[in-house]
Design a protein around this ligand. Structure first.
Ligand code: ZN
Length: 501
């Protein structure tokens, strides 16, 4: 079955979403749209992690009941689908979706039946920001490497998962590519972690420490299931795992690809803990674990906990969806960190969208109106071998783009993919300047002029088609301007991209 399941992580909702999460959503959306466009069956899944302890702490700090607090913030996350133009198929909320708790419970029972859960007393250093235990060696000067905070010393009896059983199996799956971790440096990081020896880890906490928030451990109501187990479970529970129905077969067990997108800070959860839990439960493992870096703003890390935050709603309201998506796709290197500034966003949007692609389409439609009465030049009137200007570079850019985009997206390299579209616009604008259609018109070179206009029209149509997964709205606007009406005329030219900032 040629179906692909694409997920984003489900963020905890202790604050409003920031631009770093928008990056992950837009990347997932591009993959989903591209594969749907290629005729594949795709399900794009996102949601929110409502059950984290830090949601509870944030609600307490705000003096708001927990459910009310997570409802409000979760709405800000799921609401991003509209301004970011996300073609998301389903959004699961772990505190309120009836599929979720039942599915998490089933996963727990499946792993317990395998003999992989046991109770023991535990003492450890817990970072609430990360919702994970750290060993002293993993801390930096006694502080969490992600948050820079001093972890809490926790001492209690918990349920443990026998991760130690799965190291060899995981190593083999990653080494033979059954679980592909991208980029390669992250794959090496996971292999090094496995080689250092995997230890069983705590998968529950006392209800008291969880403030009674979360999913109770089956048959042990004094314990709540560890929030990461709960959150990772969403990838299955959203497929009706509890009921074991068709969605699970179609999008998980029988899917050709199970693709998880995530930030580098949660790599071990997705490339080690989660596949191990799945192996224990007798379920298929993910095929692709795709890791992105962090965004900074003017050099400061953008994160909910650092206080530096760029609100994607505000950015879209000011600069428009296309400009925001384009910056995220064009400037963030594969798997690496990138620094965001509004100046960079505006420069990209103005240089490449307004002045580059937008100006090209506008110019070509205007030229066709001026020199061809708004009609697409008739191909039979064109004699391509009568000295028509050389279009080799532009033809190559158009011809190579589909394969370049396919290869780049298969490699999860969004910069390289958008570069191939941009290359066409860049070559086409050069081609206009070189061929000077207005001079050809003046000189009465009708056949050459028709050949040039047709070549340019072909370039614009290619851009309209190839841009679809990246900038769906702009792609439609471009394509609409290049379709002849019943009388054979193109619509009057109108700008696709406003200049911003
Ligand atoms: Zn932390």
């Amino acid at each position: 079955m040629n179906s692909t399941y694409i997920t984003t992580t489900i963020p905890y909702v202790n604050a409003r979403p920031h631009l770093g999460f928008a990056l992950e959503l837009v990347q997932a959306d591009v993959l989903a749209r591209y594969r749907r466009g290629a005729g594949e069956q795709v399900r794009f899944q996102a949601g929110t992690d409502d059950n984290a302890l830090k949601n509870v702490l944030a609600a307490e700090a705000a003096g708001v009941p927990v459910q009310e607090f997570v409802d409000a913030n979760a709405a800000a996350f799921t609401g991003l689908a509209q301004p970011l133009h996300l073609s998301v198929d389903d959004l699961i909320r772990t505190s309120s979706d009836p599929r979720h708790a039942a599915g998490v419970e089933r996963l727990w029972r499946a792993v317990a039946a395998r003999g992989d859960l046991y109770r023991r007393h535990y003492e450890g250093l817990y970072c609430v920001g990360c919702e994970q235990f750290y060993t002293a060696a993993e801390l930096k000067d006694g502080r969490c490497p992600e948050h820079g905070t001093v972890p809490d010393l926790v001492s209690e009896e918990n349920w443990f998962f026998r991760l130690s059983r799965y190291g060899d199996k995981l190593r083999a799956l990653i080494n033979d590519g059954a679980i592909r971790v991208e980029p390669a440096e992250r794959r090496n990081e996971v292999l090094a972690l496995i080689d250092s020896g995997l230890h069983d880890f705590s998968v529950s906490r006392s209800s008291e420490r969880a403030r009674g928030w979360g999913i109770p451990v089956p048959d042990d109501p004094g314990q709540v299931i560890y929030v990461w187990w709960d959150a990772l479970g969403n990838y299955l529970t959203a497929l009706d795992y509890a009921a074991g129905g068709d969605a699970l077969n179609r999008w998980w067990t029988g899917a050709a690809r199970r693709v998880h997108l995530l930030g580098k800070g949660v790599l071990r959860f997705h490339a080690v803990y989660w596949p191990a839990i799945l192996l224990s439960a007798g379920e298929a493992v993910p095929t692709d674990v795709v890791v992105h870096g962090y965004l900074t703003e003017n050099g400061r890390k953008i994160s909910k906990s650092s206080g530096a935050t760029v609100d994607p709603y505000d950015l879209v309201a000011t600069y428009g969806t296309d400009a925001v998506r384009w910056w995220l796709l064009r400037e963030v290197p594969k798997g690496a960190d990138a620094d965001f500034t509004v100046d960079r966003l505006a420069a990209r949007a103005n240089d490449e969208l307004a002045n580059g692609i937008g100006n090209l389409v506008n110019r070509v439609v205007s030229l066709i109106h001026r020199y061809s009465e708004g009609r697409v030049p008739v191909a039979s009137a064109v004699a391509p071998n009568t000295g028509a200007p050389d279009a080799a570079a532009l033809d190559a850019a158009i011809g190579n783009a589909p394969a370049l985009i396919a290869a780049a997206l298969d490699d999860f390299d969004f910069r390289r993919a958008t570069e191939a579209v941009w290359r066409i616009a860049d070559e086409a604008n050069r081609y206009v300047n070189r061929t000077r259609p207005w001079s050809l018109a003046k000189a009465g070179e009708k056949e050459e002029l028709a050949a040039v206009l047709l070549t340019l029209l072909r370039a614009c149509r290619a851009i309209g088609t190839l841009l679809r997964p990246f900038l769906p709205q702009a792609a439609s606007l471009i394509t609409e301007q290049l379709i002849q009406n019943g009388g054979g005329f193109l619509p009057a030219p109108s700008p696709v991209f406003p200049r911003v900032g």
